[in-house]
Design a protein around this ligand. Structure first.
Ligand code: FMN
Length: 341
């Protein structure tokens, strides 16, 4: 049985990618993921946001340790950011490059480096070039400009997606994937237009932190960090809708917890499937369970390769394409079809 897949021009031995998370943040774990059948790994993102948080602490510590005189002069003024640029950014990048180099030496599967793009920075370009130089087989840009930012318009935020995707794809020769959220005003056409920027893959979708309340302590607390199997439906619908409507490969992400979910995403038309939460919940060996389940199902259905069934239930090939466009809950009720619940 052949379960290899071509994702962004990279040959993956299995269609299941270990998605970017803490699980892909060390060479040791990357090796275990590969040993358990991951088709590729997306390394934990190099986190610009984290770097910015570190910056505030760093400046305080540096002031105490060295005094103001250690800061570089810039335009005749002392500028701690210059110091931060040289020290913290370099330190973070160095650690990340070691992660790429170590992972590349440890495994044979593709190693995809990931950059979190949560606000615009000229740094994306230099990061991208450095990560390619370190040996990354591809780059994934995790891009999200918060809708809670009231200072910038929709047009400005959307334009950034195109600007960054175009600049990064021009700066590197390795394939670039864009990982996005579903929060766009006009999602289908937006995904289609983004797929035409020169990127080779899109990851639908990332999942974000959401706050919850503790009503006894009267505090804000994090809600569930991990997805649940019921979260699958959003990415499943959009992979099915966008399959064959985009100019790049598609990787499904969010809510894939078992082999059935992997199979569904492939039937929807995904070129690869990413998993994160299920590895936290069940351990890294869970990858093996997913692969076994996929192979068992393929044997029962007499499929010998993924292309035998990939996209069979996509909107384009579905017997009932309208089902993907339906928004209201419908049910068959007393012989009458499509009664709104
Ligand atoms: C603990 C944790 C850490 C994550 N860190 C990252 C990250 O650094 N970069 C990124 O692009 N996605 C990150 N993600 C998102 C996952 O890659 C994935 O897109 C999301 O969790 C949905 O997939 P899942 O349902 O399989 O978890 C993280 C997810 C979790 C649960």
């Amino acid at each position: 049985m052949d379960i290899t897949t071509n994702y962004m021009g990279l040959m993956l031995p299995t269609p299941i990618i270990a998605g970017s998370s803490g699980m892909t943040g060390s060479v040791k774990q990357v090796k275990v993921l590969a040993d358990n059948g991951a088709g590729a790994v997306v390394l934990k993102s190099i986190f610009e946001e984290e770097v910015m948080n570190e910056y505030a602490d760093f400046i305080q510590t540096a002031k105490k340790k060295y005094g103001e005189s250690r800061y570089f002069d810039y335009d005749g003024q002392r500028n701690p950011i210059e110091y931060y640029d040289y020290v913290i950014r370099e330190e973070n990048l160095k650690k990340y490059i070691e992660l790429i180099e170590g992972s590349k030496a440890a495994v044979d599967i593709p190693v995809i480096a990931s950059i979190n793009c949560f606000f615009y920075s000229v740094e994306w370009l230099s990061y991208a070039v450095n990560l390619q130089r370190a040996g990354a087989d591809a780059l994934e840009l995790n891009m999200f400009f918060p809708p809670t930012d009231f200072k910038h318009s929709r047009e400005e935020k959307e334009a950034l997606y195109f600007e960054i995707a175009e600049k990064v794809t021009q700066a590197v020769s390795v394939p670039v994937a864009l990982k996005i959220s579903p929060y766009f005003t006009n999602l289908g056409p937006m995904i289609q237009r983004l797929s035409e920027t020169g990127i080779k893959g899109m990851v639908l979708f990332n999942r974000f932190f959401s706050p919850d309340f503790d009503i006894d302590k009267m505090e804000v607390k994090p809600s569930f960090v991990f997805s649940s199997p019921t979260d699958l439906s959003l990415s499943l619908r959009w992979i099915a809708v966008m399959a064959n409507k985009v100019n790049c490969d598609l990787a499904a992400s969010t809510g894939v917890h078992d082999a059935a979910a992997v199979i569904k995403q492939l039937l929807a038309g995904a070129d690869a499937v990413q998993v994160a939460s299920c590895l936290y919940k069940n351990g890294l060996q869970h990858l093996k369970t997913l692969i076994d389940g996929l192979e068992t199902w393929m044997t029962a259905k007499r499929y010998s390769e993924l292309s035998d069934f990939r996209g069979k239930l996509s909107q384009e090939r579905s017997a009932d394409p309208a089902v993907y466009e339906r928004a209201q809950f419908m049910r068959y009720f007393g012989g009458k079809k499509n009664v709104i619940l």
